[in-house]
Design a protein around this ligand. Sequence first.
Ligand code: ATP
Length: 218
Amino acid sequence: MVILDNRAPIGIYGGTFDPIHFGHLRPNLELCEILGLDHVRFIPAFLPPHKEKPQTQADHRLEMVAQAIKEEPFFVLDDREIKRGGASYTIDTLKGLRREFPDNPLCLLMGMDAFSGIDQWYHWQEILDYAHIVVSHRPQTVSGIDGWSETVRTFYLAHQSDREMFKKSLCGSIRLEAVTQLSISATDVRNRLKNEQSIRFLMPEAVINLIKYYNLYQ
Ligand code: ATP
């Protein structure tokens, strides 16, 4: 159980998690250590606005995330987007979290691929009114600032900041952080399952067991 330090930053990590894999888990543990996060909230999307509809129903994705993080005390499952239903807009999630945690800096954690398309998100310019953004490197995706559109680059350059700002202010900064690179994607995992290849060592055993139990991604 997380005992909240009501001044420490809280990490917020959204995704489809269809299925969750080590590429979602390891980078966030490192970000906890680097940024001194109180905890990271894993928030599975009900319907991601910028991706295809998930292959797996929401309650199975939720259960896979629960199993994946159950032994890591710094990780917390947050089902608010699934309970809310409809399109899962991050800005709505951030507004709810800000009401719930008025005194903690909020850090929206995402990979480089997600950040490079942030200017397509619903009300994206309001995100920094509620949270900081932490962008971590992700292999085989847009390599960095040079690969971003002019709009995203300008957004980053106007708000980039040092680590201390993440503790001193509740929201408003953007930071790039280097984490261990794991070239794993849910798309690749789904393809392997379709082709009857092994997915061992790409995700926790408990998630693999659930995939087998529910016969997912056939
Ligand atoms: P898909 O292959 O279905 O698109 P995905 O593996 O990219 O899925 P998502 O649930 O869509 O996973 O991603 C949620 C978040 O996790 C995004 O911010 C994304 O950048 C990040 N992410 C996913 N895989 C990795 C990885 N291997 N390394 C670092 N970040 C990752």
